[in-house]
Design a protein around this ligand. Structure first.
Ligand SMILES: [Zn+2]
Length: 531
């Protein structure tokens, strides 16, 4: 790396030739052996660190006029801190290769006339003159040690330097992924967007698995440009080639992962399961659980409500400790639902992308890159109300019971649905004992029956009750949502009203007088029972 930069950047070359102990750390230029005086007038040695901006693979330029300094406050011959250095106390996470360089402060000293340094040579020389001047004079110290600092082979997985990460000062966070070997099982819509995000994450290795060929419909649900030469080739190979120029450690196997593929998962530290068939999941889940590999499964359920599409995106995390428990909750579809619109290959790439984002964010939380405030094992995004809800505690379940008339006493854990009267009732899931009445209808709640239990939309917010609980019923599970602020409650209420008004206005137009009567009767009914 040093040699490469020296041969392409004249200013760096001049620094080395002059005798500075130059080295590189990710995207920092490091100059060690900088002599200075401490507060007692004693000789100390520090290091200057400056951010590099990579113009391309070989050429670098400055970020700004500031430098970082590993060392204490430099003093002058008069025993006072050197004036006009500016800057402040700061820290900068460096890689292990630069463990000896502990940045403590930054300096900001603009050249008076030009207002900026011509190049790195100009910048380093200028700061050294200020910082080392007194030490040179008193002790005859020199920054020109001609020391070669071992050039730690830059083992970046990226073909180009990830300069943004070092500029943001989060290299330490990026290092969290350095030992990760990721398997992406299934490269359909969500899998391909997921890959696009993972490629740009500094994980060591990414292994792609998908048996299917790349067809036109895939192009409509995957990121990036279209190359007609890719049609008919295995998806795994198409995507490997597409991202080959970006990073190292990307391999592809055009195969379907099942119980026999145990070797393919050797060394895998995390997997993403993005298969669109429920029946394909079972085998993959069993294999991953048996190998103790944590994974995230993504899924999508879509349906038509009226003329529009709606549905739910699901991101479920099977940690190495709780994976089996989460599997037993049956959050993911392990069989095929014939009615699911998503299976019929409609193009909704924004939903694929969002699902992929949620999955990668959850993965990065598990590695400590993002803050994990709540340890969700399942996150749902509802398209209709654009809300994200999650499960993090042992789930409560609710089953569906169809009735004509509501029983006088309701049992907990049962959602009673009377189709005749277009209403559902249940006892508040928090256990407070309140009866929750939910009218059913196009502008009200809807109940869908799944193999695991009822799904009810939208969420249930018991704002009027003391408990103010807020949850979603999804496939027989109570999924807790965040409590709403009074303002959110008000906004929600207004949206509900607007939805109703729009619906009945449309109905009037369509149905004339009969519709008007119907709407009137309906509003009377709803007005009485809503919540
Ligand atoms: Zn309650």
């Amino acid at each position: 790396m040093l040699r490469q930069l020296v041969s392409h950047n004249d200013d760096i070359k001049r620094l080395v030739e002059k005798g500075y102990a130059v080295s590189f750390d990710a995207a920092y230029l490091v100059v060690r052996d900088i002599p200075y005086l401490d507060d007692k007038g004693a000789l100390q040695t520090g290091a200057l660190v400056s951010k590099l901006v990579f113009v391309d693979q070989e050429h670098v330029t400055q970020d700004d006029h500031q430098v970082y300094f590993a060392g204490s406050v430099p003093f002058g011959l008069d025993g006072k801190p050197i004036p006009n250095l500016g800057g402040s106390a700061t820290q900068l996470p460096m890689s292990e290769a630069s463990a000896d360089v502990v940045v403590q402060r930054s300096f900001s000293n603009k050249p008076r006339v030009e207002q900026k340094f011509a190049d790195f040579f100009d910048k380093i020389e200028s700061y050294v003159a200020i910082i080392s001047g007194p030490a040179v004079e008193r002790y005859g110290a020199t920054p020109y040690t001609f020391r070669t600092v071992e050039d730690h082979a830059e083992d970046s997985v990226f073909t180009f330097h990830d300069t943004l990460t070092s500029r943001a000062g989060i290299s330490d966070l990026s290092a969290l992924f350095k030992d990760d070997v990721i398997a992406v099982i299934g490269l359909g819509g969500t899998g391909s967007y997921l890959l696009d995000l993972l490629v740009k994450t500094p994980v060591r290795e990414i292994r792609l698995f998908d048996l299917d060929p790349y067809h036109v419909h895939n192009a409509f649900r995957s990121p990036g440009r279209l190359d007609v030469g890719e049609f008919g080739k295995p998806k795994a190979e198409v995507y490997r080639l597409r991202y080959d120029s970006f990073r190292k450690g990307l391999t592809a196997a055009p195969k379907f992962i099942d119980a026999s593929c145990t070797e393919d998962l050797d060394g895998v530290t995390f997997a993403f399961v993005c298969v669109d068939r429920g029946s394909s999941r079972a085998g993959v889940f069993d294999l991953l659980l048996a190998r103790g590999i944590p994974f995230i499964d993504v899924g999508m359920g879509l349906r038509r409500q009226g003329s529009a599409l709606t549905g739910t995106l699901r991101t479920t995390y099977y940690s190495s400790s709780d994976g089996q428990k989460v599997k037993d909750m049956q959050l993911a579809e392990l069989s095929d639902s014939p009615d699911d619109l998503y299976r019929s290959n409609i193009q909704i790439s924004e939903l694929n992308a969002l699902n992929a984002c949620l999955a990668v964010i959850r993965f990065k939380q598990s590695r400590g890159f993002y803050l994990e405030e709540v340890p969700y094992y399942s996150v749902l995004f509802d398209i209709g109300d654009m809300k994200t809800v999650g499960s993090f505690q042992d789930p409560k379940r609710i089953r569906l019971q169809r009735v004509q008339y509501m029983p006088a006493v309701l049992e907990p854990g049962v959602l009673y649905v009377s189709e005749e009267f277009d209403i559902a009732m249940h006892l508040c899931a928090c256990g407070c004992g309140t009866t929750v009445k939910t009218p059913l209808g196009p502008t009200e709640w809807s109940v869908e029956e799944t193999a695991e239990g009822p799904t009810m939309r939208p969420s249930i917010g018991n704002w009027q009750q003391a408990c103010k609980s807020h949850y979603l019923i999804h496939r027989g599970e109570i999924v807790w949502a965040l409590k709403w602020s009074p303002q959110q409650i008000e906004t929600g209420r207004r949206a509900e009203e607007a939805r109703r008004t729009a619906y009945y206005a449309a109905l009037y137009r369509k149905k004339g007088f009969i519709g008007r009567l119907f709407g009137f009767a309906r509003r009377l009914f709803l007005g009485k029972d809503a919540q």
